[in-house]
Design a protein around this ligand. Structure first.
Ligand code: B1M
Length: 211
């Protein structure tokens, strides 16, 4: 097996120390850091997302895989920056106003990072005004709104409305969270919806690539 194949395997299995050592070995072999990300880390996290979507693995396995990816990225990131390589797409994500649940939102953020998005995480209880200010500051391609309470679903509606009315740069909006459905997303004029963190990657890529 090649070093990149071994690295992808270590990330998928959540072996953080091995993943970091293999990322270092790949660098020592002269493999460009961008290739290490694109040919090992991104496919490894895509496979993790696919398994999660199909209920073959669950949240804990996904979190250890994400930790392994982060270990490798910590090594690669300074080199990517030095080489002027930055992620092609930027995404903002947050849990809407009134809602403090962040486990699912964090998983989506991790998976987006795994797909090589730059992700700005606005945290929880994010007001429409904070989303708009962040869109103006970061000029993202995609904004993700998460909600876990039926009582905070109206905050999604209000945030989508406020972003559209704000005159800020055009941006794709994706919504998700346990009470959110495709039908709800369609009704409120969101651009996309995903039921889980694996599908959130497919949907994000479809939205930014169609823009
Ligand atoms: Co809360 N809580 N909680 N809670 N809590 C629920 C959601 C609830 C269903 C429990 C219940 O009653 N059975 C219920 C909501 C009922 C309803 O609205 N219909 C509930 C309630 C009522 C509350 C409080 C009001 C309780 C109270 O204080 N009386 C309170 C509200 C606080 C607030 O937000 N203002 C509250 C508080 C909390 C804790 C702080 C204790 C804690 C949150 C800790 C944290 O997040 N840091 C908590 C937890 C842990 C839960 C449960 C147990 C688990 C939620 C979770 O993390 N799931 C939950 C019951 C349950 O689901 N069994 C419950 C795991 C996570 C991986 O899944 O978040 O669905 P999920 O994310 C998925 C998808 O939804 C999707 O991808 C993720 C990964 O696959 N997804 C997206 C999520 N965001 C997405 C965004 C996307 C795309 C996909 O695009 C942008």
């Amino acid at each position: 097996m090649t070093t990149l194949e071994l690295l992808a395997q270590a990330v998928g299995a959540g072996k953080a120390k091995d993943a970091r050592a293999l990322a270092q070995r790949a660098l020592d072999e002269g493999i460009p850091p961008g290739d290490i990300v694109e040919q090992a880390l991104v496919p490894a996290m895509a496979a993790v997302g696919e398994k999660f979507k199909n209920n073959e693995i669950f949240v804990p396995e996904m979190l250890v895989a994400a930790r392994a990816m982060k270990e490798s990225m910590a090594l690669l990131e300074p080199r990517l920056v030095a080489a002027g390589i930055t992620p092609k797409f930027t995404a903002l994500i947050g849990t809407v106003q009134g809602d403090l649940h962040d486990i699912g939102k964090n998983l989506v953020a991790i998976m987006w990072k795994g797909a090589n998005f730059k992700v700005v995480d606005l945290g929880t209880n994010v007001t429409a005004a904070k989303y708009i200010a962040a869109i103006q500051e970061h000029r993202p391609h995609l904004v993700g709104l998460s909600a876990l309470l039926t009582t905070t679903m109206p905050a999604i509606v209000e945030t989508v409305r406020a972003i559209r009315a704000s005159g800020c740069p055009p941006v794709k909006i994706m919504v998700g969270g346990a009470p959110v459905t495709q039908q709800f997303a369609d009704e409120i004029g969101a651009d996309g919806y995903a039921a889980d963190a694996g599908s959130a990657v497919d949907q994000a890529l479809a939205l930014v690539n169609a823009a």
